[in-house]
Design a protein around this ligand. Structure first.
Ligand SMILES: [Zn+2]
Length: 477
């Protein structure tokens, strides 16, 4: 096992360089706050310090995202009248069953064009009455399209949108519930990402899953996550696209080039023992979900997607939830994409006009160019993660000896094109990683900086320069 020691002056001078640049920039920046002078109208934030420029190949793939197909999908989904989870399942024209069958048939055409790379299945189970939003035994069906990895098929990335819909009364399964934004938009994004990526293949496995039962209690996503957990799947990232169809706020202002990404801090599945470690070494801001948020900023907040990613340090919107929580509860890193400003007149509402105001989740309020950019953010993220090496595993900071160095170790990945590793670090108060130190193809390193004063992480690099998401170390005595 090779090891290396970094020269104290090298690390100190890189830190001085960073601080000088930070101070020259004024030491403060106003980020993406609508209506605040100095905010960047094009992006949710400034470019991240460790941005990864998209390759030519990725730029070509992103140009294949077709806004017209996304629009056609949303129109088709809205045409089923309601997609309520308790609605009729055997009518060919109306209800969630018709929507399910159409999504399956449409994604099967992507599979047929994929040279065998993509397969599609209906994943069903019967949810028994829960004393709440499921009053009778109800078949819940996810449409699961799997793009099997060519190099690392056991490493899995997942994106979902939910195809069920609702109106004001969450138990009303018969009223028109168009659900154009919530969440035909997310389903359309997931389906278009599947269509585009299926033509190119992927080193790791990617699952594209329109799920059901979200509005009744995250049932479809919970089933999908449980099936993956029971199979021992190595899910390294999951993203739900939920309410990603409009760029217009309720006051009419538009923010067409920002998508929010909600990432939790303290992990939902943290054990008491892990909590004790976190209180002793920090890490409230370094959950796997936060590392995903930073990764998405690095690879997808750029001109190739045309979108700024505004990462929000919160699990979901205030007191609210979504399908990523099903994955977080089972220990999988997960996050939620949502439009920049929600309009509550257009979600979970009966379709009606009141005092001259149109209520309802209608297609006329959708912005299909915006959805296409959201799809590009998803494609850039999945392509970058699935073709880079996996996130390093078993990353530790060794603490047996009291020292002002920081001694790190991790397991070597098995990817054939693995080139080595980088130690990343930042000030404890910085939101994003600011420095990357290439350390070569090693599994231990001693960095001449104190673990007391900064945060460290480790990421893998392949021969093409693609970087994995960062793993945050835990102490090992
Ligand atoms: Zn939703």
């Amino acid at each position: 096992m090779k090891a290396m020691t970094l020269n104290r002056e090298e690390s100190k001078s890189s830190r001085r360089t960073f601080l000088a640049a930070w101070m020259a920039a004024g030491g403060v920046s106003i980020v993406g706050v609508p209506g605040v002078a100095g905010a960047d109208p094009g992006h949710g934030n400034d470019s991240p310090p460790l941005a990864q420029k998209p390759s030519r190949e990725l730029e070509r793939i992103l140009r294949e995202v077709d806004q017209k197909r996304i629009e056609a999908t949303v129109r088709k989904l809205v045409s089923f009248g309601t997609r309520h989870t308790l609605s009729v399942q055997d009518d060919p024209a109306r209800g969630i069953g018709a929507a399910r069958d159409w999504i399956f048939a449409e994604m099967s055409t992507y599979a047929a064009d994929s040279g065998g790379r993509l397969t599609v299945e209906l994943q069903s189970y019967v949810q028994e009455p829960d004393g709440g939003r499921i009053p009778v035994p109800t078949k819940i069906t996810n449409v699961v399209a799997t793009l099997r990895g060519t190099v690392a098929p056991d490493r899995v990335y997942v994106i979902t949108g939910h195809y069920d819909s609702r109106v004001t009364d969450v138990m009303n399964a018969t009223a028109d519930a168009p659900g154009a934004d919530d969440d035909a938009s997310g389903v359309a994004v997931v389906m278009e990402a599947a269509r585009v990526l299926a033509k190119h293949g992927s080193a790791a496995t990617v699952i594209f899953a329109p799920v059901a039962g979200e509005e009744q209690g995250l049932y479809g996503s919970a089933h999908l996550a449980q099936v993956l957990q029971d199979a021992g799947a190595d899910v390294q990232a999951m993203f739900t696209n939920d309410i990603v169809g409009s760029s217009t706020a309720d006051d009419g202002t538009r923010d067409p080039r920002t998508i929010r990404l909600f990432t939790e801090g303290v992990p939902t599945d943290e054990t008491p023992a892990e909590g004790n470690i976190r209180r002793a070494v920090g890490g409230e801001n370094d959950s796997p979900a936060r590392q995903l948020g930073r990764f998405v900023r690095d690879v997808a907040d750029n001109d190739a997607t045309g979108m700024g990613v505004r990462v929000i340090y919160r699990r979901d919107r205030y007191l609210r939830g979504g399908d990523h929580i099903s994955f977080l509860e089972r220990g999988f890193p997960a996050a939620r994409f949502t439009e920049p400003n929600e309009n509550y007149a257009h979600q979970h509402q009966d379709v009606r006009v009141e005092n001259g105001v149109q209520f309802g989740d209608l297609i006329e309020f959708c912005d299909f160019a915006f959805m296409a950019r959201v799809c590009k953010v998803n494609v850039a993220t999945l392509w970058s993660a699935a073709n880079a090496p996996g996130t390093p595993k078993n990353v530790k900071i060794l603490t047996a000896a009291l020292t002002n160095n920081t001694d790190l170790k991790w397991d070597r990945g098995t990817e054939p094109d693995l080139a080595g590793y980088e130690v990343v670090w930042r000030e404890t108060t910085a939101p994003e990683w600011t420095h990357a130190i290439p350390v070569g193809d090693v599994t231990t390193v001693s960095v001449d900086m104190s673990k007391d004063n900064v945060f460290f992480g480790v990421r893998a690099v392949d021969k093409a320069g693609r970087r994995s998401p960062v793993a945050f170390p835990v102490p090992q005595s």
